[in-house]
Design a protein around this ligand. Structure first.
Ligand code: C2E
Ligand code: MG
Ligand code: MG
Ligand code: MG
Length: 292
C-alpha cells in the first residue's frame, strides 16, 4: 500500500515538474513574439524630491499581457535574460524611454521629469547596444542627460572590467547610470565606485526595515553619508508609509519612490498627473535639475 502511494506520489511529482517546464517554455516562446504581437505596455512610477515632494523623475516599468493574462516582470525578466530575449525587449524598452523623455520635455520644458529605465547586464554584452542606443536617441530627439539607466548591483558586479568599458561608452553618449537594489549584492565598493555613476537606489528591503529594525537605519544612514561624500544622489525605492518617509528625509535621502506616493501609472495617467501638478505650480523650481 505504502509502495503504491509512493509511486503515485512520484508520478504526481514528475508531472508537476513537466508542467513547470512546459509553462517556462511557453514563456520563452511567448516572449519571442511579444513585441510584434504588441503585448507589452509600460508604466511610470513617479520619483519625488524628498525635501519638496516635487516629481523629479519616473521609473519605466515593463508590463506583459500575453493573450488576456498578465505575467509579472519579476517572473518573466529572469527568463528573458536567460533566453536572450531581453536584448530585443531591452531595445524596445529603451525606445519607449526615449519617446517619453521627448514627449514630457516638449510639454513641460525644464520642469519635465527625467526617465529612469532598467537595463539588464545581459544587454551590456550585446555588441550593438551602444550604437543602437545612440541611434534611438538621435531618432527620437531624446536628451540623454535626462535618461537614467538602472543596473542592479549584482549585475554590475558580474564582470566589472567589461561593464566598466560599456558603461563608460554609454556615459559618453550623455546617459546617466544608477545602481539599482543597492545593498543587496556583495560588491566591492572600490570597484563599484570606479563606474560612471550618478545615483544609488537603496533597495526596498532596507526601506522596509526602517520602522522596524535598528540596523536598517544604520545602513541607510551609512549609504547616504557615503553617497554625499562621493557626490552621488540617493533614491529610496519601496517607500510604503509616512514613517519610512520620515526616516529617509531625516537620514538625508535625496529622492523617494513607492506606493506611499504613487503606484506605477499607465502613461496617460502619468501625463494627467504632470498636467495637474504643473497647473498648481508644483512642478516648478528646477533647482536640482542638473544634479541628475
Ligand atoms: P526594480 O527595478 O527594483 O523596480 C521596483 C519594483 O518595486 C517594481 O516592481 C515596482 O512596481 C515595485 N514597487 C515600487 N514601489 C513599491 C512599494 O512601495 N512597495 C512594493 N512592495 N513594491 C514597490 P515590478 O514593476 O514588478 O518590477 C520588478 C522588477 O522587474 C524590477 O525591479 C526590475 O528589476 C525588473 N524590471 C521591470 N521592468 C523592467 C524592464 O523594462 N527591463 C528590465 N531589464 N527589468 C525590468
Ligand atoms: Mg529599477
Ligand atoms: Mg530597484
Ligand atoms: Mg528592488
Amino acid at each position: 500500500q505504502a509502495k503504491e502511494q509512493g509511486r503515485d506520489g512520484w508520478r504526481f511529482f514528475s508531472e508537476e515538474i513537466h508542467e513547470q517546464a512546459r509553462r517556462r517554455l511557453d514563456i520563452i516562446n511567448g516572449l519571442r513574439q511579444a513585441i510584434e504581437r504588441d503585448e507589452f505596455q509600460v508604466r511610470f512610477q513617479p520619483i519625488l524630491c524628498a525635501q519638496s515632494q516635487i516629481i523629479r523623475g519616473a521609473e519605466l516599468l515593463l508590463r506583459w499581457f500575453p493573450s488576456g493574462g498578465e505575467v509579472s516582470p519579476a517572473h518573466f525578466i529572469p527568463i528573458a535574460e536567460m533566453s536572450g530575449s531581453i536584448v530585443p525587449i531591452g531595445k524596445w524598452v529603451f525606445r519607449q524611454a526615449c519617446l517619453a523623455e521627448r514627449q514630457w520635455r516638449d510639454r513641460f520644458g525644464v520642469e519635465a521629469p527625467y526617465v529612469s529605465v532598467n537595463v539588464s547586464a545581459r544587454q551590456l554584452n550585446d555588441e550593438a547596444l551602444v550604437e543602437e542606443f545612440r541611434r534611438m536617441l538621435a531618432e527620437t530627439g531624446a536628451d540623454p542627460e535626462r535618461i537614467l539607466l538602472e543596473l542592479t548591483e549584482t549585475s554590475l558586479m558580474s564582470d566589472v572590467i567589461f561593464n566598466l568599458s560599456v558603461l563608460n561608452q554609454l556615459a559618453g553618449l550623455g546617459l546617466r547610470v544608477a545602481v539599482d537594489d543597492f545593498g543587496t549584492g556583495y560588491s566591492s565598493l572600490a570597484q563599484l565606485l570606479r563606474l560612471p555613476l550618478s545615483k544609488l537606489k537603496i533597495d526596498r528591503e532596507f526601506v522596509d526595515g526602517l520602522d522596524k529594525r535598528h540596523d536598517s537605519r544604520a545602513i541607510v544612514h551609512a549609504v547616504c553619508s557615503m553617497a554625499r561624500a562621493m557626490n552621488l544622489k540617493v533614491i529610496a525605492e519601496g517607500v510604503e508609509n509616512a514613517s519610512q518617509f520620515g526616516y529617509l528625509r531625516d537620514l538625508g535621502c535625496d529622492y523617494v519612490q513607492g506606493f506611499h506616493f504613487y503606484r506605477p501609472l499607465p502613461p496617460e495617467e502619468f501625463l494627467a498627473l504632470l498636467h495637474e501638478t504643473s497647473a498648481t505650480g508644483r512642478l516648478a523650481a528646477s533647482d536640482d535639475l542638473y544634479s541628475l
